[in-house]
Write a protein that binds this ligand. Sequence first.
Ligand code: ATP
Ligand code: MG
Length: 436
Amino acid sequence: MLQDHAQTLLQIDDAVQRYRTGSGDVGPLVLDHVSVELKPGEIVGLLGRSGCGKSSLLRIAAGLAFPIEGKVSCLGRPVTGPVDGVAMVFQSFALFPWLTVLANVELGLRAKGVPEDEARKRALRAIDLIGLDGFESAFPKELSGGMRQRVGFARALVVDPKILLMDEPFSALDVLTAETLRTDLLDLWVEGRMPIKSILMVTHNIEEAVLMCNRIIVLSSNPGRIAAEIPVTMPHPRNRLDPEFRQMVDRIYALMTKRPAPVPTGSATFPGLGLGMALPRVSTNTISGMIEEVHAAPYNGRAGMPELADSLQMEIDDLFPVAETLQLMRFAEIADGAIRLTPAGSRFADMETDARKRLFGDHLLAYVPLAARIRMVLDERPSHSARSSRFLEELEDHMSDEYADRTLKSIVNWGRYGELFAFDEGSETFSLENPQ
Ligand SMILES: Nc1ncnc2c1ncn2[C@@H]1O[C@H](COP(=O)(O)OP(=O)(O)OP(=O)(O)O)[C@@H](O)[C@H]1O
Ligand SMILES: [Mg+2]
């Protein structure tokens, strides 16, 4: 191995990623020349908004996917598939429901041909380490979310990996459980009780990144590029109330809410501009509630995101999709960590329900191409109805099935509120039945 690479555990050089769409065409640019290096002793965080390509990058690091351009090497070798010495923890736990905790943890070792005795011994050790002692014979469905994710960790740790990759491992857990698990993992890390030399973790949670990481890589969206790389030098354990901690969190918020550079005209692949825009899952109640809150004192139309999150008792990270939705519909603008209502947003706040619905419907038609599309199809068809699969397939040309599904659910909710169309769950059909 070359001397200057000896210190690098994982190296991604200039990775470019695009996916094929459902119809086989080449989709938009997801990762645009992204380079990431992982050195021993560091926890590196990948932070960015939903859909910016975090999971895509992690899958590349894991050898589960390959970039269309760029080079990846891991532990001194080019990556051609899943690498021995690299383990992954997923947000969704990914456990086998029909296997006990012990069997779930042993599975990877048995698949590698480790003899039964040794696999058992190592699995018990991993189970012990991660605090699952006594749950060996339980089945996943008998466990709480936190315990299930501990199984996820044990399964990763049991192979004695040098590199641990984690894709939002705490985001499916409730706040307290997530914090306990973070702390436990950090303790093991700081005390050197795991064989792991380096961790690369995806998160959309800024505080989590500042709490855990030695370095935070912020990805921009559409396409995913490295927008900033921020070293975090505070020693562990870190205190969320520490002014230095707060400052760093605020700095990253400001960075992530910076107005994006204007899109060059003619770049038809920019997904934010057309039908291919993935919509976040935000209810109209949340949208109205947020507009009201920002409109009222003490904000009077402009609110800093951290303060707003506090007053709404929301996690600030859950605020982003709501703020983005308001921005998309031109009810607010986001800049430098603050959200400011537009004149339309202020008018909305002062209106009665019926007027609100009309204004919302107007903005939906004007600014959300999918809404206009559905309405046009319904207007043109003699039956004034269309099955949702009609639009779902169109969406799947632009985005993954999961995003398409989420986008459709949002447009149903928004379109109903704005009385642009009706939707029947049973027959999964849009129609103009109820609206005027
Ligand atoms: N297998 C796939 N096929 C087609 N498109 C995909 C695939 N995986 C991801 N994408 C698209 O690539 C983009 C980036 O997705 P990715 O899952 O990497 O983002 P992310 O940052 O992890 O998002 P989130 O925070 O919501 O998990 C999205 O637009 C997504 O629709
Ligand atoms: Mg992801």
